[in-house]
Every structure is written in structure tokens, then in C-alpha cells.
Write a protein that binds this ligand. Structure first.
Ligand code: TYC
Length: 126
């Protein structure tokens, strides 16, 4: 190998993305044309993170959780907490799947660490 040159070996050559053909269209006489059309990307499935009411977790703790992990100001966090308290559950934020799962983990860990039974779940929307 010539000095100063590096050779990299890879296990697989990169694959070209598969672009599906559109439905065949007839272009006069007997000719059939298969047009290549780029695959349209879709926005990711979104997930809402929901807090559930219970009889033991202090209101102030819930407000702090909503502020800390869902980036709400104190007033908004208080409104969400009261909605949960009165209606049984409430949405604290909407995220992509991995972020939503991480939020649930963080809330549950902080709550258990503080000795509270607060429950938090996530569910796909639409
Ligand atoms: N119900 C609780 C109380 O009266 C307050 C509370 C609100 C608990 C929201 C959980 O997700 C919750 N102390």
C-alpha cells in the first residue's frame, strides 16, 4: 500500500433506497411507462404523556413534576394538576415515542425516589 493512503473495508456496500414504481400508465399505442416516484415521508407517530390522579401524592409535588419534566410555567402546571385531580387524568405533553418513554421513566423515578405513588403513562394519539 502506498505510504500515506488508508484503505477502509466495509462489511456491506450501502444499499440504494428502494423507490417504488408508480402504477403503470399507458403512454399511447402499446407503450407502458413505469415512472419512479420518491417515497413520501410521513411525520412520526406522536405520543401523549399522561399523569393519573391518586389520593396520596401531594399537589405541590405534581406541580413541580409538571414544571420540571414538561417545561410548563407554574400557572400552567397548576391548571394541569387540578384537571388531573378533578377528572382523574391529564395530558402533560406530546412527544415522539422515545422522548415520551423517557419522560414516563423520569417521572416514575422521581416519584418513587420521593416516596409517592404517582402514575404516569404514554399513549399514541390519533
Ligand atoms: N389527588 C392528589 C391530592 O389530593 C393530588 C394529585 C394530583 C395527585 C394529580 C396525582 O396526578 C396527580 N393530594
Amino acid at each position: 500500500m502506498p505510504a500515506g493512503r488508508m484503505v477502509f473495508m466495509v462489511a456491506q456496500t450501502p444499499k440504494k433506497p428502494v423507490i417504488p414504481a408508480s402504477r403503470p400508465s399507458v403512454a399511447g399505442d402499446d407503450a407502458v411507462v413505469l415512472e419512479r416516484r420518491a417515497q413520501r415521508v410521513r411525520p412520526p407517530q406522536m405520543y401523549q404523556v399522561v399523569l393519573l390522579n391518586d389520593d396520596f401524592t401531594p399537589m405541590e409535588f405534581v406541580v413541580q413534576i409538571i414544571q420540571e419534566f414538561f417545561g410548563k410555567d407554574r400557572e400552567t402546571a397548576t391548571q394541569i394538576m387540578l384537571k388531573i385531580h378533578l377528572e382523574g387524568k391529564g395530558v402533560c405533553g406530546v412527544y415522539t415515542r422515545d422522548v415520551a418513554i423517557t419522560k414516563v421513566d423520569q417521572v416514575l423515578q422521581a416519584s418513587r425516589h420521593a416516596g409517592h405513588p404517582l402514575q404516569c403513562t404514554t399513549e399514541p394519539i390519533e
